[in-house]
Design a protein around this ligand. Structure first.
Ligand SMILES: [Zn+2]
Length: 69
């Protein structure tokens, strides 16, 4: 019987045999830093009140628009 050692990315949870792969995975993730803009709909179209889209500034300065599914 062998003990199997694995490394897990703290961001996405993927497991790797190689520590280097897990480190590359963790370092490759870009995280949301702040919400720049929120796009809302009128209450008669969206009773939930949650925004339809949000524009987010990422940790590397890139700005991306995300839409609710
Ligand atoms: Zn990852």
């Amino acid at each position: 019987m062998k003990i199997v050692e694995k490394y897990k990315c703290d961001v996405c949870g993927t497991e790797y045999k190689d520590r280097k792969d897990a480190t590359e995975c963790e370092n490759g993730h870009k995280k949301a830093k702040k919400i720049i803009k929120q796009v809302h709909q009128p209450h008669n179209l969206n009773m939930s009140g949650y925004p339809l889209k949000i524009e987010v500034e990422m940790s590397d300065g890139t700005k991306l628009m995300y839409k609710r599914g």
